[in-house]
Ligand binder design. Structure first.
Ligand code: UDP
Length: 245
C-alpha cells in the first residue's frame, strides 16, 4: 500500500475495529450480498486505511443466516449458529474482494479454520498484518455458537488493543427512540456503558458492551452509509455517539 496521504497525528483513533452488520451489505435487497453496497462501504474503509489508520474488520452474517431466525426453526441451535458463522465468511470474502479492487491489502482470518479459503485467526500474525498496513478481516465470529458478531467484535477489539470499537449502522448514532419512526427522537452525543446497559438501548449486545466497559474501550456508533462519515469520525468530527465510562 502507498504511504499515508495525511499525517496520522491528526487522528483521534489510530487503531480501530470496525463492526459492520451483515444487513448493511444487503443494500435495498431483502437478503444476501449487494456488491454495489459492498463496494460503497469498501470505499469508506479504503479511505481511512489509506490515511494510515490501522483497521480491523468484523462483519456480521445476518444478511444470509442467523442462528436464531425463522429459517433455523427446528434446527439444533449450535448447528444453526455454525451456519451463521459460515455466512460471515462469505461476507468477509466479498469485502476482501471489494477492498483489494480498490488497492487495499487485506487478509481474512477465520475463527473456524478453512485453510484453502483464508488464514486461521492468529493474534500475533494479525498484529504483523496491521503493522504492514493491511486491513485484517476477522471472519466466523468467535468460532463458538451462542455468540454474536457484536461479541466477536468486542473480543477482537480487546485482543488487538484497538483504541475504539466502531459500530457502523444505518443511523448516525444512538437515539432516544427509533429516528425512522419517531420524529422527536434525539441523538445522544455521549453515553456511559452503564446507561446503555441500564436503559437496555439496543446498540450492541449486552455482552459486547460489558466487555468494552471491562477493558475501557470506547464504542463509537456512526452511520457507515453516509459518505465520508468514517473518515470524519476517526478525526473526531461529524455526528456520532461515543459510549465510554
Ligand atoms: N454466530 C455465532 N457465534 C459467533 C458469531 C456469530 O454463533 O461468535 C452466528 C449466530 O448464529 C448469528 C450469526 O452467526 O446469528 C450471524 O451473526 P450476527 O447475527 O451477529 O450478524 P449481524 O447481525 O451482525 O449481521
Amino acid at each position: 500500500m502507498t504511504e499515508p496521504a495525511v499525517a496520522t497525528a491528526d487522528l483521534r483513533y489510530k487503531r480501530i475495529l470496525l463492526k459492520v452488520s451483515g444487513e448493511v451489505l444487503m443494500g435495498e435487497q431483502g437478503f444476501g450480498i449487494d456488491m454495489n453496497t459492498v463496494k460503497a462501504v469498501a470505499e469508506e474503509i479504503a479511505e481511512v486505511a489509506q490515511m494510515g489508520v490501522e483497521l480491523c474488520l468484523v462483519i456480521g452474517g445476518g444478511n444470509i443466516f442467523r442462528g436464531l431466525s425463522k429459517a433455523a426453526v427446528g434446527m439444533e441451535r449450535s448447528s444453526a449458529d455454525y451456519m451463521g458463522m459460515l455466512a460471515t465468511v462469505m461476507n468477509a470474502l466479498a469485502m476482501q474482494n471489494a477492498l483489494e479492487q480498490l488497492g487495499v491489502d487485506t487478509r481474512v482470518q477465520s475463527a473456524i479454520q478453512m485453510d484453502s479459503v483464508c488464514e486461521p485467526f492468529i493474534r500475533r500474525r494479525a498484529e504483523r498484518h496491521l503493522e504492514k498496513g493491511r486491513v485484517v478481516i476477522f471472519a466466523a465470529g468467535t468460532g463458538a455458537p451462542y455468540f454474536t458478531t457484536d461479541t466477536a467484535a468486542a473480543l477482537r477489539a480487546a485482543e488487538m488493543n484497538c483504541d475504539a470499537l466502531f459500530k457502523g449502522t444505518s443511523v448516525d448514532g444512538v437515539y432516544t427512540a427509533d429516528p425512522k419512526k419517531d420524529p422527536a427522537a434525539r441523538r445522544y452525543d455521549t453515553l456511559s456503558y452503564h446507561e446503555v446497559l441500564a436503559k437496555d438501548l439496543k446498540v450492541m449486545d449486552a455482552s459486547a458492551v460489558s466487555m468494552m466497559r471491562d477493558n475501557s474501550i470506547p464504542i463509537v456508533v456512526f452511520s457507515i452509509r453516509s459518505d465520508g462519515a468514517l473518515r470524519d469520525v476517526v478525526h473526531g468530527r461529524g455526528t456520532y455517539t461515543v459510549i465510554s465510562e
